[in-house]
Ligand binder design. Structure first.
Ligand code: NAD
Ligand code: ZN
Length: 341
């Protein structure tokens, strides 16, 4: 089958013929229909220091997908050939204390699809049945293909109650933009999104940000004044991984404010702990999606009318993957979907 492979320890990805995956008794075989390009895939493409120490070469990459089940293992009772499914990108151990308690997103032995085990930028993927999400027929195929990053946005945005609250989102990448849509849908008053990229701030507006801030020319404190906010943001969603953005957030929270942190900083990041202590802030790290509460919430919100379609800004056939990666690397995109048919 065709697959996008990290086959050399240098910048790039290569479209290659690789053997079709086989399944064991607890697995399903999925024919890939569409995939989303994630920032993680760009890290792997770029072969940055994180990728170099994380990705074994060769590796079929990619983890955001939708496809159709074409074969099931003998132990699989809950799925049928023909089901339209996505995969939860984190394969957990199933045996540790957190897994046994149903808190699978907290498993300390998580393996990533397209990171530690063969990924979804391929014609077929084999997955344990415990990682399969069956899509309702009401879910649009393109949207189904990005449930993984949408799940990051939903998990983060719903970590703290936002109904009647003012929310600051730092970073208008695809995940920050989708989080803006979720916060608006979930009843926040102001959803202010900051970035340094005007193209992405425009996208944030289309996705439901009530206000956007280009922090190169305007401060978040000024936006607060303009909005008549006196006490700071109630909820912060850090979605850039950028230290300046994180400091902006700490400086603009209300006393007792709550921060959910999804953005991944490049290394250690300094913080003035006095501001955390005296302003009594809560900071919570967020990783992945809750299995499968986040997936349930995504489905129900889409069915209830949440529209995230503007986040998909480009579509390509998989053979044109290079163009997709070039656009992703330019920063002038939301989600990019590759078609594998
Ligand atoms: P992205 O890199 O596309 O978006 C980050 C955005 O932050 C960019 O648009 C960038 O211009 C902006 N930014 C840079 N400096 C800024 C500043 N000073 N103020 C405000 N914004 C600034 O990333 P994404 O795919 O949307 O993902 C968001 C973050 O979440 C990334 O850091 C990513 O690595 C991380 N992530 C974490 C998880 C997890 O499970 N924790 C999962 C997926 C992604
Ligand atoms: Zn576990």
């Amino acid at each position: 089958m065709k697959a996008l492979v990290k086959s050399h320890s240098k910048e790039g990805l290569w479209l290659e013929d690789v053997p079709e995956p086989t399944i064991s008794i607890n697995d399903v075989l999925i024919k890939i229909d569409r995939t989303g390009i994630c920032g993680t895939d760009v890290h792997i493409y770029n072969w940055d220091s994180w990728a170099q120490k994380t990705i074994p070469v060769p590796m079929v990459v990619g983890h955001e997908f939708v496809g159709e089940i074409v074969e099931i293992g003998s132990n699989v009772a809950d799925f049928r050939v023909g089901d339209i499914v996505s995969g939860e990108g984190h394969v957990v151990c199933g045996r540790c204390r957190n897994c046994m308690a149903g808190r699978r997103h907290l498993c300390a032995d998580t393996k990533g699809i397209g990171v530690n085990r063969p990924g979804a930028f391929a014609e077929y993927i084999s997955l344990p049945m415990t990682n399969v999400w069956h899509h309702d027929h009401s879910i649009d195929r393109d949207i189904a293909s990005i449930f993984d990053p949408f799940g990051n946005a939903v998990h983060t945005a719903l970590t703290f109650p936002v109904l009647g609250e003012d929310v600051l989102i730092t970073g208008a990448g695809p995940i920050g933009c989708m989080a803006a849509a979720v916060c608006q849908y979930a009843g926040a008053r102001y959803v202010v999104v900051s970035d340094v990229n005007p193209w992405r701030l425009e996208l944030a507006k289309k996705m439901g940000a009530t206000h956007v801030v280009d922090v190169r020319s305007e401060s978040i404190a000024d936006v607060q004044k303009h909005l008549g906010m006196h006490e700071g943001f109630d909820v912060g969603l850090e979605m850039s991984g950028n230290p300046h953005a994180f400091h902006d957030m700490i400086d603009n929270m209300c006393h007792g404010g709550k921060i959910a942190m999804l953005g991944i900083p490049e290394g250690e990041m300094a913080i003035d702990w006095n501001k955390v202590v005296f302003n009594m802030l809560t900071i919570k790290g967020i990783y992945g999606r809750e299995m499968y509460e986040t997936w349930y919430k995504m489905t129900v919100m889409i069915q209830g009318g949440l529209n995230i379609t503007p986040i998909i800004t480009h579509r390509f056939h998989y053979s044109d993957f290079q163009e997709g990666f070039d656009i992703m690397r330019s920063g002038m995109s939301g989600k990019i979907v590759l078609n594998w048919n």
